[in-house]
Design a binder for this molecule. Structure first.
Ligand code: ZN
Length: 303
């Protein structure tokens, strides 16, 4: 039984392979000493690993896409030359010199006018003209190992698929935001974020006002150790409670605030250690001389 090769898939791999050579050639413009560290060619998908000390900038990536697409619509011929390895070196072909090549080698050469744009020793199959690649776009860039970077890119119909996917994503945002066009998305998002922040700070203000009046009106008691003891509702935000209590009860040397669940906060002006007060009543938690907090049902029994 002979293995059937889907001609469409085979052609899609050829597009990706020729695009890999274009990418390699353009990367060599940015990193003159770069070498290929590995490569994967799939159906309109390519992954290219290369030696480079740094990642490409966003601008370099964009320019790379523009240049490679230019080479695609310039419709450059892709030549296959079968020659000897010695002759191939005269062509200046890029090759893995760690690898052994036989006497007969294949060179894939992409010409731009009189000048070769790319010359590589390669046994793979290629399109015969760069225009067949259709389109090229980079999906991602990453560092895979020390000194090795990886670019993943797509070619041909996959580029349109990606555009369509991104368009539906943006369409759903336009619908959700109830705006007219993609161009309004950044402005709308900034506005919503600003509104959210304003609401958040408004809420925080309301919360501290609420805690303020709560602390002022709540029944309070005192013991030998605590100047003021107040039980607060269980949903009280203990994060802001301390600041506000300190602000209201400036003269108190030690304050105990707790909820019925056992959340507690001890604040002290320093004349008596908050931490040692918690320790004295064997309350679970921790803190410093000026503030101690934790959760321990025992706290409700202090009298
Ligand atoms: Zn190749």
């Amino acid at each position: 039984m002979k293995l059937q090769v889907n001609p469409e898939q085979r052609y899609a791999k050829m597009r990706a392979h020729t695009a890999t050579h274009l990418l390699h050639a353009e990367l060599a413009q940015i990193f003159p000493t770069t070498k290929q560290a590995g490569s994967l060619v799939d159906i309109d998908l390519l992954r290219f690993d290369f030696y480079a000390e740094r990642l490409l900038t966003q601008r370099e990536l964009q320019e790379l896409e523009i240049t490679i697409n230019q080479h695609i619509y310039e419709a450059l011929p892709v030549e296959l030359i079968e020659t000897s390895f010695t002759e191939a070196q005269k062509f200046g072909a890029k090759a893995f010199f760690e690898e052994k090549y036989g006497d007969e080698v294949r060179i894939i050469r992409i010409m731009k006018g009189e000048d070769p744009l790319s010359v590589e020793l390669c046994g793979g199959t290629h399109v015969s003209n760069t225009k067949e690649i259709g389109a090229f776009t980079i999906l991602s860039q990453e560092a895979v190992a020390s000194g090795i970077k990886r670019l993943t890119a797509i070619t041909g119909p996959k580029v349109i698929e990606k555009i369509n996917q991104e368009e539906s994503l943006l369409d759903s945002l336009v619908e959700q935001f109830a705006i007219k066009s993609y161009a309004q998305i950044p402005e709308k998002a900034t506005k919503m974020f600003k509104e959210y922040e304003e609401m958040e700070s408004k809420l925080e203000g309301m919360e501290s006002q609420l805690i303020h009046s709560l602390l002022q009106s709540a029944p309070r008691r005192s013991t030998v150790d605590f100047t003021i003891i107040i039980e607060v509702p269980s949903d009280t935000n203990f994060k802001v409670l301390g600041h506000i209590a300190k602000d209201i009860f400036k003269d108190a040397s030690s304050i105990l605030l707790y909820s019925s669940e056992g959340n507690y906060l001890i604040i002290s002006d320093g004349s008596i250690s908050a931490k040692s007060l918690a320790h004295k009543y064997q309350l679970r938690g921790g803190g410093s001389d000026t503030a101690a907090q934790g959760k321990d049902p025992q706290v409700t029994q202090i009298s």
